[in-house]
Design a protein around this ligand. Structure first.
Ligand code: 6GU
Length: 233
């Protein structure tokens, strides 16, 4: 998987992606990352990337030309028109199923906006998927791009070890994950559920399944309903 990120803050992306499991995945070559500084694609000598909005109003709008030239550079590197994800609160809300589909792509281009957004005309030409990460407003698309890259990377074969593996977790079956415990057997007077110490694998499996269902019903009734509906059909 190769990620391209078009941004005015490439250091932010590179800093954020170099640690932990993602850093390791990049070192071992399962994930590649190339950031493109949109400012490098301006034609004016001051590197100006934004201007006042037509029609007035607060803030600045990112100009179409540098974004388009940046996009063309990436296209010529890849040799075809790639999938371009524009991070915007106006996009479809990101979810696990989307991460699973995107994990099958060879390259993904992320376009991060700032200020009051990007000139609509270039978005119309290059964006294939506008995506939001939830119903709240952030200052730019960099954090959302990193959220998506993290969620997608861990589904790319080789990125997680068997131990870290992506089977038993929240959402893999449409339910939240069951509670986990480690030593000591008692903490602040609270004991680890007896069944987990029993060594009876089938009973443990059933208990965890039940805990997942209870937890999902209580915390995410919307997910629970979907799961319950899917189980019937
Ligand atoms: Cl993708 N961008 C911004 N700026 N804010 C957001 C978002 C994206 N998703 C949720 N809030």
């Amino acid at each position: 998987m190769k990620y391209y990120v078009m941004t005015l803050f490439p250091e932010m992306i590179e800093q954020g992606m170099n640690t932990s499991i993602l850093g390791r995945a990049m070192e071992s070559g399962f994930i590649e990352l190339e950031t493109k500084n949109i400012r490098d694609y301006t034609l004016n000598k001051h590197g100006k990337v934004d201007d006042y909005p037509y029609g007035g109003g607060a803030g600045m709008v990112m100009e179409a030309e540098p974004v388009y030239r940046c996009y063309e550079d990436i296209c010529s590197e890849i040799g075809r028109a790639p999938r371009v994800i524009y991070l915007t609160p106006q996009g479809e809300v990101f979810h696990q199923g989307m991460a699973e589909r995107l994990a099958a792509e060879e390259q993904i281009v992320f376009l991060c906006g700032h200020y009051e957004g990007i000139d609509e005309r270039v978005l119309e030409e290059i964006v294939t998927d506008p995506v939001s990460i939830g119903d709240y407003v952030l200052t730019g698309g960099e954090l959302p791009a990193m959220v998506m890259m993290d969620a997608i990377a861990r589904l790319v074969p080789g990125v997680l070890s068997n131990e870290e593996s992506a089977g038993d977790e929240s959402f893999s079956e449409g339910l939240l994950e069951y509670p986990q415990y480690t030593r000591p057997p008692e903490f602040h007077g609270k004991k680890v559920p007896e069944i987990l110490l029993s060594g009876h694998h089938e009973n443990i499996r059933l208990w965890r399944q039940e805990q997942s269902e209870i937890r999902t019903r209580e915390r995410r009734p919307d997910l629970y309903q979907k799961w319950a509906d899917g189980r019937e059909t």
